[in-house]
Ligand binder design. Structure first.
Ligand SMILES: NC(=O)c1ccc[n+]([C@@H]2O[C@H](COP(=O)([O-])OP(=O)(O)OC[C@H]3O[C@@H](n4cnc5c(N)ncnc54)[C@H](O)[C@@H]3O)[C@@H](O)[C@H]2O)c1
Length: 477
């Protein structure tokens, strides 16, 4: 599984789903713009682009009603089904099992050993043995169809996210999807429409939005520490060469194969999500265009040359790029966000995570700050001086959270499950998920068009003007 050669990666079921749901755009493989679902959608165009922005992206007619501000149904126990028990799902299950009022009732992975290892964790945590689905690529549909699942968590390779999110919502489940939400623009619209029609939340589980520094900067932005916000930057600069060529780390070469198909920012969410939150994107501002530029793609071939034995299947692959993608996103209020993506050259890990305004600037990796009137003389100041005052209530409540990524995974899962149990509005919704993922197809299209700006659609269909709560939440009583 997941090891099909480039060009024939689509299973029959995936092909048929794309045929029936991909909308007006043709589906002819993913290297051309048509294969990214960028075609005209018909419908109406909103008129909120600033002067100088590319013409407004077409907005299809709404089929349901908005999911902005829609609370979950209150429930004492959240019953979770998990699809994909690899690196991510196999560790995130520990966090679901650590929470009171959460039960893992079903797990699914075609690799039986992974599903069974997850089931054993559930039993070890003192919960009843979960249902186990291991019968091939499509068995997830049976998990989604169960009557006793409230929330489906999807942690599978990227090309399956769309089908799985769709199946979960059609079966009446709220769904949380790992990054990115989907790989095509028309798939993003299809998920927005489906969420609105089914009244189910479809969320990107963007853990970096819950990083301790990200939440501090978010609160500082809202408190006016940076003045009027002007610019920000986010990235996924993470040298994944060794992992992507490892025969055992991922379940097959699925992640590396995306570098044979798309040229743009394959993984924008970790950098984009937090900065979008700082700027209240979809809650007072919105992103309107993206221009992307890509370097040649040399890093993976160079790594293969140095490390992979002759005859390794990777020698059949041609990497199309880009080693580093740099994108400039503009917002309706005229702000600028720089996004970077680089997983194929040596680089210390960085999400950049910066924010600037009329009163000063924050930059992460390492964290540093310069804001008036606290700092002067062009010297960076100590960010830890702001830590206690601006820590989010979630981090005050959970100073040493369990799990990976410095605890942000736990904070995210804790908060999501809290919202579901208390019947609150989730901190992020399908509009955020689609917005944070849109750079995947649009950066590819922009690079192919030599950096020409691509319109980012208004997935909220005008709701973005309304301020509303998000990750900077108030502690529930
Ligand atoms: N948010 C984060 O910090 C973070 C970290 C790591 C990975 N991820 C994301 O998590 C997802 C999974 O990544 P990973 O590193 O765990 O990959 P992986 O290859 O280790 O695991 C994927 C799992 O999905 C299973 N799978 C494949 N097809 C399936 C199907 N049809 N039905 C059910 N299961 C199926 C595979 O057998 C495998 O066990 C990706 O979207 C990745 O981007 C997010």
């Amino acid at each position: 599984m997941n090891d099909a050669a480039p060009g024939n990666q689509d299973s029959p079921s995936r092909r048929s789903v794309l045929r029936t749901t991909a909308g007006a755009a043709g589906v002819v493989g993913v290297s051309g713009a048509a294969g990214l679902g960028l075609g005209p959608l018909g419908g109406t165009a909103a008129a909120d682009a600033p002067a100088g922005a590319p013409a407004e992206a077409p907005v299809p007619r709404r089929q349901g009603s908005t999911m902005a501000g829609v609370p979950f149904e209150r429930r004492s126990t959240v019953r979770v089904g998990i699809i994909g028990l690899g690196n991510r799902g196999g560790s995130m299950i520990d966090l679901f099992l650590a929470l009171p009022g959460v039960r893992v009732v079903a797990v699914c992975d075609p690799v039986r050993a992974k599903a069974e290892r997850a089931a054993a964790k559930v039993v070890k945590a003192g919960q009843p043995s979960p249902a186990v689905y291991t019968k091939g690529e499509d068995d997830y549909a049976n998990l989604c169809a169960r009557g006793d699942v409230d929330f489906v968590y999807v942690a599978t390779p990227w090309d399956s996210h769309f089908e799985m999110a769709k199946a979960a919502m059609l079966a009446g489940k709220h769904v949380g999807v790992e990054c990115p939400l989907a790989m095509r623009l028309d798939e993003l619209w299809a998920l927005v429409d489906l969420s609105e029609r089914t009244r189910r939340h479809c969320m990107q589980l963007e853990n970096c939005c819950y990083g301790r520094n990200e939440m501090r900067v978010l609160r500082m932005a809202h408190a006016g520490v940076f003045g009027e916000l002007l610019h920000g930057a986010g990235a996924y600069n993470h040298d994944l060469r060794e992992l992507m060529f490892s025969p055992t780390y991922y379940e097959g070469p699925w992640r590396r194969l995306w570098h044979t198909r798309l040229r743009g920012d394959l993984y924008p969410n970790h950098g984009f999500g937090p900065v979008a939150n700082y700027m209240d994107v979809n809650r007072g501002d919105r992103v309107v265009s993206i221009s992307s530029f890509g370097t040649p793609a040399l890093g993976l071939a160079e790594y293969r040359e140095a490390n992979m034995p002759p005859g390794d299947p990777s020698w059949k692959e041609t990497y199309v790029g880009s080693d580093r993608t740099i994108s400039m996103v503009t917002t309706a209020k005229g702000r600028v966000i720089r996004l970077e993506h680089d997983v194929s050259t040596p680089h210390p890990y960085s999400r950049i995570n910066s924010l600037g305004g009329t009163k000063g600037v924050f930059e992460d990796y390492p964290a540093r700050i310069y804001v008036e009137p606290d700092h002067k003389g062009h010297q960076w100041g100590d960010f830890s001086a702001y830590a206690a005052e601006f820590d989010h209530w979630l981090w005050k409540e959970h100073a040493n959270p369990p799990g990976g990524h410095g605890g942000m995974d736990y904070i995210m899962v804790y908060r999501l499950m809290q919202c579901m149990r208390l019947g609150l509005v989730p901190d992020f919704d399908v509009y955020d998920a689609a917005t944070w993922t849109a750079p995947v197809p649009l950066s590819h299209a922009s690079i192919k068009a030599k950096g020409a700006p691509q319109q980012i659609p208004d997935f909220t269909r005008g709701e973005w003007r309304k301020p509303r709560s998000g990750v900077d939440s108030v502690k529930p009583q």
